[in-house]
Each structure stands twice: as structure tokens, then as C-alpha cells.
Design a protein around this ligand. Sequence first.
Ligand code: HEC
Length: 166
Amino acid sequence: MASKQMALLLKNKFFVIITLLCFVVLLSQCSNKDKNLSKETTQKDTATCSSKKINPNGDSELALLMRKMLQSSASLKEMIKQGKLPDKFPEEFLKIHTAKPTDSETKKASFDGFAANYLDNLNTLYHSPKEELTQNYNAVINSCVSCHSEHCPGPIKAIKKLTITK
Ligand code: HEC
């Protein structure tokens, strides 16, 4: 009789331990998710050039143009992955040469060279045969990265994500 009770008690303990273990596993998964989330948000925060969070003069003309370029690249990527040719050349991106940056010192002497290289690659992409779309698109993204490595390293990680890998 006593040994039967012992067995029952052990069985109960066993279940309690299993239940506890399940909770521990669940909890650790939740906290992992939180960590990933905060990583994403910090990446978003560093997607601008300067560490200054709020620009007192509002977003610069160049920063706004860049955001459009980022969005446009993301939709180009999706189109090209489906083998589609992009629409008309985005004339507004020609303004990259004259658009005013947040800080007047941001545009160094090499800026216009990088900008011309980017526009050249973009032009090639918009006139490229279907089988060269991916390659020409990636060349555009590389020209974003080249300029950014000298002028504005913050968003490089986000820009590199736009590369089409196969
Ligand atoms: C010729 C140099 C140059 C090229 C090419 C270039 N960028 Fe930029 N980018 C800059 C500079 C400089 C800034 C900072 C603008 C400012 O703070 O006023 C910037 C800012 C940005 C920002 C941050 C905007 C914000 O919200 O503050 C993003 C995102 C960005 N660029 C994406 C891109 C993408 C995508 C491409 C290519 C399609 C690209 N850039 C090509 C120089 C360049």
C-alpha cells in the first residue's frame, strides 16, 4: 500500500516537473522574440546618417529623395524578381545632384562623381534586356553603397538588403 502511494507521488512530481519545463521553454522563446524585435528597431533607428535623432530643420530635400529612392528600389527588386521590366525612368532622381543635404558639409567633393555613377547605372538598368535585369539592378544597389560608404554609412545595411541574391 505504502509503495503504491510512493509511486503515485513520484508520478505527480514527474508531471509537475514536465509542466515547469514547458513553461521555461515557452518563456525563453518569448524573450528571444523580444530581443529580435529590439534589434530590428535599433537597426531602423540607425538608418539615417547622423546620430542626431531629430533634425531641427525637418527632413532635408536629399533625405526625402533618398527615402523615395529606397522605396523605389524595393519595388524594382520585386518586379525584377518576377522578370518584369521597370516603368519609365524616374526623372525626379536626377535631382540628387542639387538636392540640399541635412548638413552642408555632407556632400564632399566626390559626391557628384558617385551621383553620376548611380544615375548611369540606373539608366543602364532602365534600358537593359530582360536577361541582364538582375545584374544591372545589383549594379545600381552597389552604386548606392559606394557613395554611402564615404558619405553616409548609417543606411548601408538596409541598402545591402535590397541586393538580389540567387
Ligand atoms: C551620391 C551619393 C549617394 C548615392 C548614390 C545614394 N545615396 Fe543615399 N544618402 C546620401 C547622403 C549624403 C545622405 C544623407 C542625406 C541627408 O542627411 O540630408 C543619404 C541618405 C540616405 C538615406 C537616409 C534618409 C533619411 O531618412 O535620412 C537612405 C535610406 C538612403 N540614402 C538610401 C539610398 C539608396 C537606396 C540609394 C540607391 C538607390 C542611395 N541612397 C544612393 C548619399 C547617397
